[in-house]
Design a protein around this ligand. Structure first.
Ligand SMILES: Cc1cc2nc3c(=O)[nH]c(=O)nc-3n(C[C@H](O)[C@H](O)[C@H](O)COP(=O)(O)OP(=O)(O)OC[C@H]3O[C@@H](n4cnc5c(N)ncnc54)[C@H](O)[C@@H]3O)c2cc1C
Length: 427
């Protein structure tokens, strides 16, 4: 490989804040609001042209799984459509505006269209970030940084140890471009919401038909009601064996998934009742990445912790509940390790503060799907309600660390829990 030696250069420091959040998905957004509410001067830097991450940019159908109380409920209260009987269904157009309004109300500094590209370190502590945007290469300094980038871009640059994907072979969950079709007769439409849901149709079993007729590695039928009449969200495109931390793989996935969309629509028209006259009206602005890096944290959440519904003394997320949502790592459908409808966990679980604390690096908190957890545990906590409440805890912890002048790892977790309790959480 040839190399180009980049010359050193001075770049402007645009802001010096208490707490800086990279990535405005469910986790990063929630961290920003909650940091500001605890009184920290807070700034959010986001690559896309809107906040919300997968919930908006990713054109997501609905908030899945549950948490007991917490900030996620406030997002639902503010963003749900009046005409929807289903609280968890997302109207992304409404959500995009509501999230911006909430940031504005709390006085959070916001920079959209701005990509984190490097971290500024003093010893083993993060003290700022370098970004690239239309405005050029810039620096933002912060006492505490929250990594809400999904992939953990900040933590990776800061040198936090990580591995990618499944422990045994490094394979990661597949990527998907979500899209919406209109013209659906929703009175007749069948909407299988899990891989394990199927229907007997005149032509045969629906999921078997999907496996046979959809363009590989697509091959399953996942359809979701929206808040709009005649409009359904499709979670059916599929690209396997790709790495969301590589631009070349993201480019490949974008093409693979987009090519599948017309063929999926034809399948829906041909085989699925109610979809005979459906047509595409929107697709996500970017391919959705389910899984990439798993970081070493002060604690790594495991599938056993979830199955046993462990109550950690240093809990900062409570009442988390979902299934092991592992999409096929090597083909369509549910992975052989995944469990959706038949999930055995009896009660909800907690996540300890230590999962948000990266090994070996100070001044940094992990938030969202990039907290420390195994491949299987991640398949559960990666859903947006849980990620939003992880963000809430990270934002509170970051702001309290600044207020008390301590590193996040030295913060008394009781102080975070006190704020969470005041906001309705029960340990
Ligand atoms: C196809 C698909 C379907 C899913 N279905 C559901 C579902 O139905 N329900 C559900 O609850 N969950 C679902 N999930 C899971 C869920 O959407 C994600 O796990 C969740 O959004 C993770 O939240 P997050 O805030 O950690 O990351 P994200 O939502 O990914 O947000 C990360 C944000 O960081 C920004 N960012 C990334 N890198 C940088 C950078 N270098 N600089 C600046 N900004 C950056 C991104 O633009 C993004 O806005 C699905 C995921 C996928 C991919």
């Amino acid at each position: 490989m040839k190399f180009y030696q980049e010359p050193a250069r001075k770049i402007p420091i645009i802001e010096e804040v208490d707490v800086l959040i990279v990535g405005g998905g469910p986790a990063g957004f929630s961290a920003a609001i909650n940091s500001a509410r605890v009184g920290a001067k807070t700034m959010l830097v986001e690559l896309a042209g809107q906040v919300g991450g997968m919930a908006t940019t990713g054109l997501m159908s609905h908030w899945t799984g549950a948490t007991r109380g917490g900030f996620y409920e406030e997002i639902l209260d503010r963003s749900q459509d009046n005409n929807s009987q289903h609280r968890q269904i997302i109207n992304p157009e409404k959500l995009k505006l509501v999230l911006l309004e909430m940031l504005n109300e709390e006085g959070v500094g916001l920079r959209l269209y701005t990509m984190f590209v490097d971290v500024i370190m003093e010893g083993n502590s993060t003290v700022g970030v370098v970004t690239e945007s239309k405005s050029g290469r810039e620096a933002f300094m912060a006492k505490v940084i929250v990594d809400g980038s999904g992939d953990g871009d900040v933590a990776a640059k800061a040198g936090v140890p990580f591995y990618k994907g499944r422990e045994s072979d490094g394979k990661m969950q597949p990527m998907t471009i979500m899209f919406k079709v209109a013209g659906v007769d929703t009175n007749r439409a069948i909407l299988p919401g899990s891989f394990e849901t199927t229907y007997q149709l005149p032509a045969g079993d629906l999921q078997t038909l999907g496996y046979k007729h959809l363009p590989y590695p697509a091959g399953h039928v996942l359809l979701y009601r929206t808040t709009l009449p005649g409009v359904v969200t499709c979670n059916m495109t599929n690209c396997i064996e790709v790495d969301g931390t590589k631009a070349e793989d993201l480019t490949k996935a974008e093409y693979v998934c987009r090519k599948q969309i017309p063929q999926i629509v034809k399948f829906l028209q041909d085989y699925v009742p109610g979809f005979e006259r459906c047509y595409v009206i929107a697709s996500a602005a970017c391919v959705g990445v389910r899984e990439t890096r798993h970081f070493e944290g002060e604690y790594t959440l495991t599938e056993q912790d979830i199955l046993e519904a462990r109550l950690f003394e240093d809990w900062v997320i409570t009442g988390a509940h979902f299934n092991f949502d592992v999409h096929g790592l090597t083909g369509p459908g549910l992975d052989e390790t995944g469990l959706q409808k038949g999930f055995p966990q009896k009660s909800s679980y907690t996540i300890p503060y230590r999962c948000l604390l990266p090994k070996g690096v100070d001044g940094l908190l992990l938030a969202g799907r990039n907290i420390s957890g195994t491949h299987m545990a991640h398949s559960n906590f990666r859903v947006m309600p849980i990620c939003a409440n992880i963000g809430q805890a990270a934002g509170i912890a970051a702001a309290l660390s600044v207020r008390h002048g301590v590193k996040p790892r030295d913060l008394d977790v009781g102080l975070i829990q006190r704020v969470l309790r005041e906001q309705g959480a029960t340990g």
